[in-house]
Design a protein around this ligand. Structure first.
Ligand SMILES: Cc1cc2nc3c(=O)[nH]c(=O)nc-3n(C[C@H](O)[C@H](O)[C@H](O)COP(=O)(O)OP(=O)(O)OC[C@H]3O[C@@H](n4cnc5c(N)ncnc54)[C@H](O)[C@@H]3O)c2cc1C
Length: 458
C-alpha cells in the first residue's frame, strides 16, 4: 500500500466534507457518498413551508479561534460568507433582573479584561475567572461543576450557559476535560480568538455548498442517495463497500473513511464502541415583521440568563432560539414551546409580547452525544485495527465535545493521516494528529504507546 489510491468518504456531514476537501486539495482522488439527497448532515439549511423562507436546522456559532473550522473555510474559500459583530463581544441579558452586559475580552495574551468591571460579568471579581484553570487539571471523571463553584454568580451567568451550549449537557454532568479546550482555544487566547462568526445567509451557503463546489472543481465524484449498508473485510482491511444501489470494490491502495453518525458507525464496524447516550436540542424559528435589527442596535445574537431560551440569533426577518440539553422541553407540544420561548425572545430583543409570530419548532432528539465523562470513555480513535479504515465524525475522540470544530478537526486529522501515507502534507494550520489517538488515558485500543507519550508531552 503506497497511499495513492482512491479515498472513499462515506457521509457528507462536516466531518466527511472536511476530510474530502482536504484530500482533494492535496490532489487525492475522492469519492464522497451520502445516504440522503443533500449534504450537510446535522448542519444545513432548508426551505420551511410553514414560515415561507429558508432556515438553518439549528443555530451554529463559530469563533475565530476554532482553528480547524478556519482552516476548512480557507480550503473552501468561504470565510467571506460569515458576518460578525466586528469585535469580540458577547452580549447577555439576565431576565430575572433586567441587567444587560457584554463580555469583552481584550487583544493580546494577558487577559487584563477581567480587571475591568465594564468588560466582565456584573457581580463578579477578577479572581473568580482564575478558577477556570481548575478545568485544565481536571481528572477524567470530573464534571464542570466539580471544578467551578456552582453557587457563584460567574457560574450562573457565564460558565453554565457556555458549558451547556458547548457540551449539550448540563454543567453538573458535563466533562470538565471537554470544556477546558473549548475555553482555552477561544476565551483563553483573547479577543483575536473570540471573534463571533455567523453565516450571513445560512449554514448550507457558508459551510456546505462551497465545499461541494470545491470538490466538484477538483474532480471529486459526489454520489448522493447512496446509503452504505455494510462493509466487507478481508485480512487486515476493507475490501468491499455494500451500498443500497450496488457494491463498490476497494482496491489495494484505497482508503475508506466512514463519516457517519456514531450509531451508524457502530452498526457498520465490528466491535466498535461509540457514545450511545444522546441529548436533544430544541430550536424555535420565528418569522417577524418587526425585525429586531431594524433599530440598528440589536445584537446578532444574545445569551439569556434566567430564561427558558438560552441563545437567540437574528437573521433578517427570522429570529431563532436554541435550547441545548433540552430534556425537559423536547416532549412539550410545539405550540406551547412557541409561546414560552417567544416571551423570552421578546424580552431580550424588546419586541412586542403579542401576538406570537409564526414559528417552526425543530426538535433534534439525538442532536449530539452527551459530553459526560462516561460517554467520553466510549469515543473511539480515528485509527482502527484495519489498515485502510479511518473513522471521522464528532463522536470520534478529538478531545473536543461534539461541535462543528470537533467534526471538522476529526475530518482534517484523518485526511492528514492518509496524505502522510503518500508523503504529502494536507494543509497549513494545525489540523494535525489531534484525534488519531484517543485524547485521554482511558483508551483501550492497542495504539502506539510512543505516539501517545509524545501527544501527552505536547
Ligand atoms: C440542532 C443542532 C444544533 C447544533 N448547534 C451547534 C452549535 O451551535 N455549534 C457547534 O459547534 N455545533 C453544533 N451542533 C453540532 C454539530 O452540528 C455536529 O457536531 C456536526 O454537524 C456533526 O457533523 P458530522 O459530520 O460528525 O455528522 P453528521 O452531520 O451527522 O453527518 C453524517 C452524515 O452521514 C450521512 N449518513 C448516515 N448514514 C449513512 C450511511 N449509511 N451511508 C451514507 N451516508 C450516511 C448522514 O446523512 C449525514 O449527512 C448542533 C447540532 C444540532 C443537531
Amino acid at each position: 500500500m503506497n497511499g495513492t489510491g482512491t479515498v472513499h468518504v462515506v457521509g457528507a456531514g462536516l466531518a466527511g466534507l472536511a476530510a474530502a476537501v482536504a484530500l482533494a486539495a492535496a490532489g487525492r482522488r475522492v469519492v464522497l457518498y451520502e445516504s440522503s439527497q443533500h449534504a450537510g448532515g446535522r448542519c444545513r439549511s432548508y426551505f420551511d413551508a410553514e414560515l415561507g423562507c429558508r432556515i438553518d436546522n439549528g443555530n451554529h456559532l463559530l469563533l475565530s479561534g476554532n482553528r480547524s473550522a478556519m482552516e476548512y473555510l480557507r480550503l473552501i474559500e468561504a470565510r467571506h460568507t460569515f458576518e460578525s459583530p466586528g469585535e469580540a463581544s458577547f452580549p447577555f441579558v439576565d431576565l430575572t433582573t433586567g441587567e444587560r452586559w457584554s463580555l469583552r475580552p481584550n487583544r493580546g495574551a494577558l487577559p487584563w479584561w477581567v480587571l475591568c468591571a465594564g468588560r466582565r460579568v456584573p457581580g463578579t471579581r477578577a479572581g473568580d475567572y482564575l478558577a477556570a484553570r481548575r478545568l485544565r487539571d481536571a481528572g477524567p471523571d470530573a464534571t464542570v461543576a466539580d471544578c467551578l463553584d456552582p453557587h457563584s454568580t460567574l457560574y450562573r451567568r457565564l460558565w453554565q450557559p457556555v458549558a451547556v451550549a458547548a457540551l449539550n449537557t448540563a454543567a453538573e454532568a458535563g466533562a470538565a476535560r471537554l470544556f477546558w479546550p473549548v475555553l482555552s482555544e477561544t476565551l483563553g487566547r483573547g479577543a483575536a480568538a473570540c471573534l463571533p462568526l455567523v453565516p450571513r445567509e445560512g449554514l448550507s451557503e457558508s459551510l456546505i455548498d462551497p465545499a461541494l463546489a470545491m470538490l466538484r472543481a477538483r474532480g471529486a465524484d459526489i454520489r448522493l442517495v447512496a446509503r452504505l449498508r455494510g462493509i466487507r473485510f478481508a485480512g487486515n482491511g476493507v475490501r468491499e463497500l455494500d451500498f443500497d444501489n450496488g457494491l463498490v470494490d476497494v482496491a489495494e491502495d484505497d482508503q475508506v473513511v466512514p463519516a457517519v453518525p456514531a450509531t451508524v458507525a457502530a452498526r457498520l464496524v465490528p466491535q466498535l464502541v461509540t457514545p450511545d447516550d444522546h441529548a436533544p436540542i430544541v430550536n424555535a424559528h420565528y418569522r417577524t415583521t418587526i425585525s429586531p435589527g431594524a433599530s440598528g442596535d440589536a445584537p446578532l445574537f444574545i445569551g439569556l440568563i434566567g430564561a427558558t431560551a438560552e441563545w437567540v440569533f437574528r437573521k433578517g426577518e427570522v429570529v431563532s432560539v436554541t435550547v441545548s440539553a433540552a430534556d425537559t422541553l423536547v416532549d412539550r407540544p410545539a405550540e406551547e414551546l412557541g409561546a414560552v420561548l417567544w416571551r423570552d425572545v421578546a424580552a431580550a430583543y424588546r419586541l412586542p409580547q403579542q401576538p406570537v409570530p409564526p414559528v417552526r419548532i425543530v426538535k433534534e432528539r439525538r442532536a449530539t452525544f452527551r459530553a459526560t465523562p462516561a460517554q467520553q470513555r466510549k469515543r473511539p480513535a480515528t485509527k482502527t485495527r484495519w489498515n485502510n479504515l479511518l473513522l471521522v465524525g464528532d463522536y470520534v475522540d478529538t478531545g473536543l465535545p461534539a461541535t462543528i470544530e470537533g467534526a471538522i478537526r476529526s475530518g482534517l486529522a484523518a485526511a492528514e493521516a492518509i496524505a502522510r501515507l503518500s508523503g504529502a502534507r494536507i494543509a497549513r494550520g494545525r489540523p494535525g494528529t489531534d484525534s488519531l489517538e484517543r485524547s485521554d488515558d482511558t483508551r483501550t485500543g492497542a495504539d502506539d504507546p510512543k505516539r501517545e507519550a509524545a501527544r501527552l508531552a505536547r
